[in-house]
Design a protein around this ligand. Sequence first.
Ligand SMILES: [Zn+2]
Length: 156
Amino acid sequence: MDKKCPGQSSRRMIPDQVVSELECPECGYQVEFFPTDSSRACPECGTRVEKSRDQLRNDLACADWCPSAEECLGPDFSKVKKVLEGKQVETLQALLDSIPDTEKDVKDFFRKAHRDCEDEEFLIDTEKSVKPLKKANPELHEKVVKYYSEFTKESD
Ligand SMILES: [Zn+2]
């Protein structure tokens, strides 16, 4: 990853410019994130470290205006772009497609959670939808978390 950002005339490279670090909650290791990473496994202990949506937006701020964002950030960018642009319909569909048809209750949950989500930047409001489910329906909660984290995790 030593590609020069095509949207920049300076010599700044992607890693210097936009790599962010988050501390692993388990071992304290500083885990490096590229702009399109929404989560990464800690290289030290393997714990999955999640980047917040705000952080993701922040890291991708250049992509809001940069015409070279797609070229610069690669194929993951189109996925993350939908988050930035609030175009969640396709993302919801992709999420639903990733869940087997036998898991109707899980699919129904995500459809409803998406409808209930007031911030159009987000696919679902996990605080409002997923958290309360833990008490109300632990079994469904477990499945929802499983499918959602599988869907959102990067393929590393
Ligand atoms: Zn760790």
